[in-house]
Design a protein around this ligand. Sequence first.
Ligand code: PEP
Ligand code: MG
Length: 585
Amino acid sequence: MNKLEGLTASDGSAVGPLFIREQSSYETSSKQVTLGEVPQEIRHYQRALEAYEHELEQLLVKLKGTASEIIKSQSLILQDEQIKAEIINCIRTNVVSASYAIDQIYELYIGRLRDSASNLFRQRIIDLITIKDRLVKLAAAYSEHARSDHQEGISPELPVSVDATPQIKGCIVVARDLSPTEVVQLSESKAVGIILEKGGLTAHAAIVAQSLNIPCLVQIGSQIHDIPSGKIGIIDGEEGVLLVDPSPEIIRQYNTTISDAQAAKKKIKPSRLPAVTKDGVRVQIHANIEFIQELPMASSYRAEGIGLVRTEGLLYGGLTHKSEKEQDVYYRRLLDDCTGPVVIRLFDVGGDKLYGFTTEESNPFLGWRGIRMLLDEKEMLHSQLRSILKCTHDYPGRIRILVPMVTNIEEIHLLKKELSVVQSELAKEGFSPVQDVPLGIMVEVPAVAVMADKFAKEVDFFSIGTNDLTQYTLAVDRTNDQVGRLFEHDHPAIWKLVQQIQLAAHKAGIGVSVCGELASTLLGASGLIGLGIRNLSMKPSAILSIKKWIQSYSVSEFQLFGSKIVQAQDREQVHQLFSTIFHRV
Ligand code: PEP
Ligand code: MG
């Protein structure tokens, strides 16, 4: 038996034959056409667009939440007027086939994303490749069909069926990378698990796998080439490993664990009870969301508020921020569809192409990001602040504003200035925005953590972003697979900083919560509660297990753990302490 290590991107275990999925690549049909064929090639492109759009619509019916947003954003790319015009122009001016023009223009965009300093955009390359491959295939098939039939028009029916999915029912599919659409197709074909060579935890394929409840491991690396097709594999999501060719005994054990877990899942009813420790200490559990579609899960698990709204989704798709009116609709819908406080984070992007301009940065994570960019891009900042502030009157006491990537106190002063400019602008226009909307900062840069006492005097609350705090404290790029294993958000250095931040917030009498991934793990939540944090915000899917965990222990046990982890010398010790103190579920 062989054991390959990866990272668990979607929880759970699976057993099944390994199916190696080759990266699809399509031949573009012959490049040059005659002048007379140009109008027909344009029609082939348009038909390919319609056919693909139809396929995506069908997928949308099957998906919910974030996964459906991803498909919608693919649809947006497909319908992008600029790309469409460039493809048609390429067919016309270069007198080439539709499939060739599609390939060329999409490659251009893919190249730009590849050069992009922004990880967010680089991760979208796979979306563009999927769209390109599918469009090329469809357009080539239309051209082929027209040529062979010597007929002007062809049936509006698809000339090729949706990629015939091979016999993968019950298989664990192994691939270099997959698009969200492919993950949906695999789920439709009843694949039981997914292994990816690369991919990050935030890759779209991983998000869709989570949404469809398919166990998925990413970052298996070059070991992927040694995986034999047809042999039995086991994904162990808890350990983050793939077992290749295990013994019948091990297969039997995993099959039992999987059916037990499925039976237990059916029994779990969303707990209406709040997260209270055995000795009565209450912990607020909030949800992190990006898309409105995530709200139903958050509320069915009784999240008491939304602790982090990542608004970058508003920038994504068209690569430009949504108009103020569109933002109005988004924030109002968000507030209508949930209860409790809603912490809206200002756009946390930068470092790259946004609505038309480009910046080259060799260290984008240390660059023009978050508040740094917003203070330069006033139009963008104002439109977001206007939209948020306009809601405050109708949703009294519920909205809080969160500022990302703060490093200096001056940034807070400058932002407050912009806030008051927008407030008086709105008042002049007849709106009555609330004047004292709570303003908080992400504590994700170590400088802010070590000077938390000073920052606490300037804001109403802290939200600790352990993802970036880890990246900057341990000097580990959170998106770099090469150093992925060094990304230890439960490292003693992080616990020490959390302790310092919590104490500063407590002393200043301001709120403090944690919205990084650390809060959604059992070990993380235990340490955070132990260090005095009483508000955790996490992905909706983690809420149930964290609540149950908190209800199973008393605060003194969490405190014991908290007092030890700040003294630990490395992450291993932290994990040992965890298993010693928390031995019962
Ligand atoms: C964080 O940095 O911990 C965080 C919650 O923000 P994001 O992951 O969006 O950077
Ligand atoms: Mg962050």
